[in-house]
Design a protein around this ligand. Sequence first.
Ligand code: CO
Length: 162
Amino acid sequence: MITSLRILGVCLLLLGRAALADPCKVLIESTDQMRFNLHELTVPVECGEVEVTLKHSGKLSAKAMGHDWVLAKDSDMSAIVNAGLAAGATHGYLPEHDQRIIAATPIVGGGESATVKFATSGLQPGTRYAFFCTSPGHATIMRGTFKFGDSSRLVRANPPTG
Ligand code: CO
């Protein structure tokens, strides 16, 4: 009996490690200090779908210190942040039906988390992507680089045209 419990325990441990090691599933935390705990996320090209969970490890309410996680091309970040500001709190500081947004979680407050799943079919290896928070004023600090594919093949994004 004890042996079988031990085996069960080992199996659960292995399952837990396997889940954590899945490179297509990402956990990122945000804080009351207006920070993400990661500045760079890398997802291998083998991932057909990516699952990002944003956890707010602080205590402040969504109204006071709410965060979201938004993914877009690096060159689209500023425009999306501005459009989110115009959309306002009632729309979670996100412009509606904005094709530039690749993925976005809703805004979460302290102790909450939200998960977004998205297909990588629209992502191009080598393109520079950014993740950021669209709460007013947050994106200046709450931003990072999102890499899809082999980081050694990444090139700087071309300056925006037009
Ligand atoms: Co934020």
